[in-house]
Design a protein. Structure first.
Length: 238
């Protein structure tokens, strides 16, 4: 039987910030999608992307919705005001996470891993109390559901999809971080681990993203158990 290690009060407080932030992000997404759907009914197309959504919400809050009937304009303006309020709360929470990150040596060391930002680093530092209870980095990655399922048939072993078991929040943060890293690898291959562009030439981007998240989880375990910071792999001779 595996027992869950007790988290410190500081870790619980940081996780409370993460849970609240996650809820507000979902609410912001729902509000943006609601406005997009309402404006589409009047033939107004809303550009994709959070920046465009926040800019449009600011204009709507200022009363810039002349193409919309007055009744619908009041509804859309109310939704835009809610987006502005949620964004203010998110900014405050992220400032609190930044303060916690600066006070945590482990979080700062985890943030040296490519693709791991302040949000992911603080989530890892606050969620994992005893990393040494995992015998290896692979076991830690498996606890996040990032290892493939093994299927054996006829004496042959095949690897399937990732298990998606364990901490869904940490898994999602790592996958999102690696998605950003993969995009950077496509545009500026020299700025990332050379193994990523090479892997992208052979595998779909989504497969490479999950594989990179798996590798990142193993690196994070090594940093949490052995100390130190991330060290880039040495370039191989041609």
């Amino acid at each position: 039987m595996r027992f869950v290690p007790v988290k410190s009060t500081e870790q619980q407080a940081a996780l409370a910030l993460h849970r609240t932030r996650d809820l507000l992000v979902k609410q912001r997404t729902q509000l943006v999608n609601m406005i997009r759907g309402l404006l589409a009914e009047f033939g107004i197309e809303m550009a994709r992307g959070l920046r465009h959504a926040l800019e449009l919400a600011a204009r709507l809050s200022a009363g810039d919705a002349a193409e919309v009937p007055p009744l619908a304009q009041r509804v859309v303006t109310g939704l835009a005001d809610q987006i502005g309020a949620v964004q203010i709360q998110l900014t405050r929470l992220e400032k609190e996470l930044l303060v916690w990150h600066r006070d945590s040596d482990l979080s700062q060391r985890l943030a040296t891993i490519p693709g791991v930002g302040i949000v992911s680093a603080t989530a890892l530092a606050a969620s994992v109390s005893e990393p040494e209870r995992f015998r290896s980095g692979r076991q830690f990655a498996a606890s996040l559901g990032l290892t493939p399922l093994q299927n054996c048939s006829g004496g042959k072993e095949r690897l399937g999809r990732i298990s998606r078991m364990g901490d869904r929040y940490l898994r999602r943060l790592l996958v999102v971080g690696m998605t950003s890293l993969i995009r950077r690898a496509k545009w500026t291959p020299t700025s990332v681990d050379p193994r990523l562009p090479a892997l992208l030439q052979r595998k779909p981007a989504r497969v490479v993203t999950v594989a990179a998240a798996n590798r990142t989880a193993r690196v994070a375990w090594a940093i949490m158990t052995r100390g130190g910071t991330y060290r880039a792999p040495a370039a191989t001779a041609a």
